[in-house]
Design a protein around this ligand. Structure first.
Ligand SMILES: Nc1ncnc2c1ncn2[C@@H]1O[C@H](COP(=O)(O)OP(=O)(O)OP(=O)(O)O)[C@@H](O)[C@H]1O
Length: 410
C-alpha cells in the first residue's frame, strides 16, 4: 500500500513537472493543478519500474526548476474521443521517432474509452506486433489482448497489395498487350498513348502505391456492414517520404488507371483479334471491373485524407533539428494537399531532473533549441504541441502503451 502511494506520488510529480514549467510564481498553481489530476493518476500502475522509484521530495516541496519551456498544450483527447461517428487518425513522421508507439497508445486509449477500435499498419516495415508484444502478423484482423474494449489490429502486407495491382493492370492492357499490338503491326495505336509508360508503371510501381492500396483495402472492408462497429481507426503510416508520395499518388494513379482503361477500350474496339489476348469476355470484364474498383478506391483514399470532419493527420517528431525540419516540410506538403493537421507530438523529451549530468545537460540544451525551432516555425507553430517524455525502458505491451497513452493523450 505504502509502495503504491509512493509510486503514485512519484509518477504524479514526474508527469506533471514534465508537463509544466515550474517557476516560483506558478508553483502553487502547479500544485493545485497536480491535485486536480491525482485521482486519474492514482489509478495508473507504471509498467516502468525505474520510473516508480520513490519521490525525490514530497510533492508540495519539490524543487521548482525551469527545465523546458515550450508552449505546451494538452492533446484535447476529450474532443478526439467524443462521438460515435467513425474517425480516422493517421500518425506519421520521420522513421524511428515513435509513430508506432504513439499510434498504438492512442488505439489502446480509444478502446479503453469504449470505442471499437482498429489500428492499422501500412508501414512496409511493420512494428505493431513488436509494440503490442503480440503476434499480429498475417494481414488479417487480430484482436489485441488487454484493453477493456475490443481493439483489433491489422498489418497489411504491402507486397501482396502491389501484386494485386500488377495483376489487375496487366490483365487490362499492360506490357503483354503492347507486345501483342506491336506484333500485330498496331504499335502505332499504343504509341499514340505513348506517354503512358505502361511497362514502367507495371514493372516498377510508383513508391507509395503499396501503402495507398493497403489503405484502400482497409477502407474496402470497413465499408461492409459487418465492420460498421469500428468507430475509431488509427493508422500507423510509413515514414515521411512514403507518405508524401502517397499523397500525390492517388491523382497520378487515377489518371494512369483511367488511361489504362481507355487504352483497353480503344484496343478492343480496334480489332476483335485482341480478344485472344484478354481471353474470355467474362474474364476481361472481371479484370476491368477490378481495375475500375481499384481506381475508385484510390479516389476514396485521396478524399479520406482530405476529409476534415472525419480525418486527422497527427505528425510525430522528436526534438532534434533534423526531425523538426522534416516535420516542417511534411506539414507544408500536407497543407498543400489540404490534409487536416492539428496536432504535433514531440516525443522522447528528456524528463526534468534537478541534477543533470554533463551529457544530459547538453542534450537538454539541444532539445530546447529544437523546441524553440518548433515555436518559431511557420508550419508548426500553429499546431497543438503535445510533449511525450523519453522513458528509460522500451514501450512494449498493452500496460506500457496505456501508461504512455495516459501521458500523451490528455
Ligand atoms: N518516449 C519514448 N521513450 C522511450 N522509448 C521510446 C519512446 N517512444 C518510442 N520509443 C522506442 O523507440 C523505438 C522506435 O519506436 P517506434 O517503433 O514507435 O517508432 P516508429 O517511428 O514507428 O519507427 P519506424 O519508422 O521504424 O516504424 C522503439 O523501441 C520504442 O519503444
Amino acid at each position: 500500500m505504502e509502495k503504491t502511494a509512493a509510486l503514485n506520488a512519484s509518477f504524479t510529480s514526474y508527469s506533471l513537472s514534465f508537463n509544466k514549467i515550474l517557476t516560483p510564481k506558478n508553483s502553487m498553481a502547479a500544485v493545485s493543478f497536480l491535485a486536480s489530476f491525482s485521482p486519474r493518476i492514482h489509478s495508473l500502475s507504471s509498467p516502468f519500474p525505474s520510473l516508480s522509484i520513490k519521490p525525490k521530495r514530497p510533492t508540495n516541496t519539490f524543487q521548482v526548476r525551469s527545465v523546458a519551456a515550450p508552449t505546451e498544450d494538452v492533446a484535447g483527447f476529450d474532443d478526439m474521443v467524443s462521438g460515435t461517428r467513425r474517425k480516422y487518425y493517421m500518425l506519421g513522421g520521420k522513421g524511428g521517432v515513435g509513430k508506432t508507439s504513439c499510434a498504438a497508445s492512442l488505439a489502446v486509449k480509444f478502446a479503453n474509452n469504449g470505442h471499437h477500435t482498429l489500428v492499422v499498419s501500412t508501414d512496409p516495415a511493420h512494428s505493431l506486433s513488436d509494440s503490442f508484444a503480440q503476434d499480429l502478423t498475417g494481414g488479417m484482423l487480430v484482436q489485441v489482448e488487454g484493453p477493456d474494449f475490443p481493439l483489433f489490429a491489422i498489418e497489411i502486407n504491402p507486397e501482396k497489395a502491389r501484386e494485386e495491382f500488377r495483376d489487375a493492370a496487366k490483365n487490362n492492357g499492360g506490357t503483354g498487350v503492347k507486345d501483342f499490338m506491336d506484333g500485330m503491326g498496331l504499335g502505332m495505336l499504343v504509341e499514340q498513348l505513348g506517354e503512358l509508360k505502361l511497362g514502367e508503371l507495371l514493372d516498377t510501381p510508383p513508391p507509395g502505391l503499396d501503402e495507398a492500396i493497403a489503405i484502400s483495402k482497409v477502407m474496402q472492408f470497413l465499408d461492409s456492414p459487418q465492420y460498421s462497429m469500428f468507430t475509431r481507426i488509427v493508422f500507423d503510416t510509413a515514414p515521411t517520404g512514403h507518405t508524401l508520395r502517397l499523397l500525390s499518388l492517388p491523382d497520378f494513379l487515377d489518371a494512369s488507371i483511367g488511361k489504362i482503361l481507355k487504352l483497353r477500350e480503344k484496343i478492343a474496339s480496334a480489332t476483335s483479334a485482341i480478344k485472344s489476348v484478354f481471353g474470355q469476355e467474362e474474364t476481361r470484364q472481371n479484370a476491368a471491373d477490378k481495375l475500375e474498383q481499384l481506381r475508385e478506391r484510390m479516389v476514396k483514399v485521396r478524399d479520406l485524407f482530405r476529409d476534415t470532419d472525419s480525418t486527422e493527420f497527427v505528425i510525430v517528431t522528436i526534438p532534434t533539428v533534423m526531425a523538426v525540419s522534416e516535420s516542417s516540410r511534411l506539414r507544408a506538403s500536407l497543407n498543400k494537399e489540404n490534409v487536416p493537421v492539428r496536432r504535433l507530438i514531440v516525443n522522447q523529451i528528456l524528463p526534468p531532473s534537478a541534477f543533470d549530468c554533463k551529457f544530459c545537460a547538453v542534450k537538454r540544451k539541444d532539445q530546447m533549441r529544437a523546441l524553440d525551432m518548433i515555436r518559431n516555425d511557420p508550419e508548426l507553430s500553429s499546431l497543438k504541441l503535445i510533449q511525450s517524455p523519453l522513458v528509460d525502458m522500451e514501450i512494449r505491451g498493452v500496460p506500457a502503451l496505456k501508461f504512455m497513452g495516459d501521458i500523451v493523450w490528455k
